[in-house]
Design a protein around this ligand. Structure first.
Ligand code: PRX
Length: 644
């Protein structure tokens, strides 16, 4: 870790307070909730009581850093909490899942329907010899069967490992092998941008030299012809037709593994993040209810795939444990046209919409024409996750999607944290565009210097978590040393997030980006977020990514890759214009040495900008592994067009 902590340059003065109308109906209206969170053990104990336990826990927390155990000896089942407990009253006929397919097909499953399908599929898994503790791999598009499969695994105590449907067969093979799945669940294919993704073909390729798998269950979805190996490949619908409808939930220990989820972040080897049952469910259900201000009548849409942690925590487990109506959409935001998301919101009267900054910046690039044509008045709350949201993108989202009235919850968290950690509570928090505001009650985040001491307000440093929290990951699958080495080696017992952040004079947190991406100009350390946000603040810019490349005098020179809004013509002097804009916004120190215009940035499949690839391009290096890039043609075109 470098000597100095981070500069804090961006001055964002805009504040958006919740309207009285919103505050008065909010789930959380009393700021004393933060005081209650100070005693985090009793706070989380209270929250855990909202779940249905088969037998109560004996001790709240056992903390032997880096290993935490929560609600020790408590017994519960995640699928019971997401389904069975809603069947005792009218909720049994409430819509649990609303599915919209890319082709315009749709399906609604009530809690009762979902329960029936999950029980049947749990029996299918059992009939194939899957037992408690056996990991099952799920490689499906965003269709109801994906959620049925996850909950069926949870029902019988088989940890699931969901592999995002956009990953290649190599990735799938490695994951199946690492967890030694006996059963893999896939589909004939998935729909994306009007085309099909050959999931079954990928699965066949992945499993050709894997010997742990006994069966592949195939959901018929695109109806394309696929090869079915007798006795090995089984059609989902045929197995379901034979399956009994009753399947009692397996009583699981609070600490039993609910799932393994592989994440590679923006660098490095994928690691299998292991999550527990009791602590995880407590964390995701509480945060979901309070942060999204959940009411019975809400239609909640988190437009993220179940292949990511956001899909696990805030499409499946949090919302269903809370008895919410969850919308899922299989396809892309631009099929058959760029107004598709807004049409879906209007069609189902979505009231809560949760998405990523990368999606918001794309909408901004396309312009307000598409949402403006549609009635979005059903929306009452918006959310953002996955990357720092640039203030201008926040303001755009607020104005054009939220009609200037919906609060935006900018939620910071990680695959490892399992649940949202930094966030507004929308009825009581004043919002500042670009800041994920303050820690959720009962979690202890700080910004520290290299000695682990808190930096003063107004300054930047390393974002850390000082105390355990219930949804924290329990391990890295098959690699506990990695857990200690990566997250806990810097300061004893303190979790290092890998992010840099500053807090402002009010104690609001501003995440500045990954510390690996920090740019060091003349000994001053700049987070990427502030310079990028200064660029996105320019009225013609939609998206920007900044990197530091070697410079003989300054240590590093700052290179910015900029995507303009659609229809903007490049004019001579535009680059200088943008450089001056950055100087005006945040100071001469952050003046980019070079600006490179592009139409796309390289991103992960979950939409995060891959700055280290941009750095390699700008330094003229050969680019190593590009398997984590969603679209490698973007890298090729950047490489061939880059002028130095
Ligand atoms: O750098 C932070 C960024 O995403 C990282 C976690 O990525 P992942 O494990 O893929 O989980 C994404 C979904 C929770 C963080 O270390 N990040 C996530 N949310 C935000 C964010 N950065 C700034 N603001 C956020 N709201």
């Amino acid at each position: 870790m470098k000597e100095k902590h981070l500069e804090a340059l961006l001055k964002e003065e805009r504040v958006f307070s919740p309207s009285e109308e919103f505050s008065q109906q909010a789930v959380i209206q009393d700021p004393s909730i933060y005081d209650q969170g100070q005693d985090y053990l009793s706070f989380w104990e209270e929250q855990a009581k909202n779940l249905s336990w088969f037998s109560p826990w004996e001790k709240t927390l056992q903390w032997n850093p880096p290993f935490a155990q929560w609600f020790i000896n408590g017994k519960l089942n995640a699928s019971y909490n997401c389904l069975d407990r809603h069947l005792n009253d009218w909720h049994r006929n409430k819509a649990a899942l609303i599915f919209e397919g890319e082709m315009g097909d749709s399906q609604v499953l009530t809690y009762q329907d979902l329960h029936r399908e999950v029980c049947k599929f749990a029996n299918v898994l059992k009939s194939l010899g899957v037992k408690k503790g056996d990991p099952v791999t799920i490689y499906l598009p965003m269709i109801p069967e994906a959620i049925i499969a996850m909950l069926a695994c949870a029902r019988i105590g088989a940890p699931h490992s969901v592999v995002f449907g956009g990953f290649s067969y190599n990735f799938l093979r490695d994951r199946v092998q690492e967890v030694q799945s006996k059963v893999v669940i896939t589909a004939d294919g998935g729909f994306r941008r009007g085309k099909t993704i050959p999931l079954k073909v990928n699965t066949d390729l992945a499993l050709s030299d894997v010997d742990c798998v006994n069966n592949v269950i195939v959901v018929e979805h695109t109806k394309e012809k696929v090869h079915m190996e007798e006795g090995w490949d089984l059609w989902y619908h045929e197995e379901m037709a034979k399956a009994p409808r009753i399947c009692p939930p397996e009583p699981m220990d609070s600490e039993d593994t609910l799932f393994i989820l592989y994440t590679s972040g923006t660098t490095g080897e994928p690691k299998g993040v292991v999550h527990s049952t009791g602590g995880y469910l407590t964390g995701v259900s509480t945060t979901h209810r309070w942060i999204f201000d959940l009411k019975e009548e809400d239609v909640y849409w988190c437009a993220e795939d179940i292949g990511w942690i956001t899909g696990h925590s805030y499409v499946v487990y949090g919302p269903l444990a809370n008895g919410a109506t969850v919308l899922i959409y299989e396809g892309s935001p631009e099929y058959p046209h760029r107004g598709r998301y807004w049409e879906i919101i209007e069609k189902y009267q979505v009231s809560i919409f949760y998405t990523s900054p990368t999606a918001i910046r794309t909408f901004m690039k396309w312009g307000p024409y598409y949402p403006q044509k549609i009635d979005l008045s059903s929306l009452r709350l918006l959310g953002s996750v996955g990357e720092p949201i640039n203030p201008e993108a926040w303001v755009w989202f607020h104005k054009y999607i939220g009609s200037g009235k919906c609060p935006i919850v900018d939620t910071w968290w990680q695959t490892e944290t399992g649940m949202i950690m930094l966030t507004p509570l929308p009825g009581i928090t004043n919002l500042k565009p670009g800041s994920c505001t303050v820690p959720f009650p009962g979690v202890k985040l700080e910004i520290v210097d290299k000695n682990g001491d808190p930096v003063p307000y107004g300054e930047g440093g390393y974002l850390v978590i000082k105390e355990p929290w219930p949804a924290m990951f329990r391990n890295i699958y098959g690699n506990p040393e990695f857990l200690q080495k990566t997250y806990f080696e810097h300061w004893p017992g303190v979790y290092f997030t890998g992010d840099g952040a500053k807090w402002d004079k009010d104690g609001y947190f501003w995440v500045l980006g990954r510390v690996d991406d920090v740019i060091n100009v003349s000994g001053r350390r700049l987070g990427t977020m502030e310079v990028e946000s200064a660029l996105v603040d320019h009225p013609l810019v939609a998206e920007a990514a900044c990197v530091g490349i070697k410079h003989e005098l300054k240590g590093q020179a700052l290179v910015a890759f900029v995507v303009m809004k659609e229809g903007v013509q490049g004019t001579p002097g535009l680059g200088d214009n943008l450089k001056n804009h950055v100087v005006k916004k945040i100071g001469a120190l952050a003046r980019p040495d070079d600006i490179h215009f592009t139409t796309e940035l390289p991103k992960t499949r979950s939409g995060k900008i891959l700055r280290h690839i941009l750095r390699d391009i700008a330094e003229g290096k050969t680019i190593g592994d590009t398997t984590i890039v969603a679209d490698s043609s973007v890298v090729n075109s950047l490489q061939s067009n880059y002028r130095r």
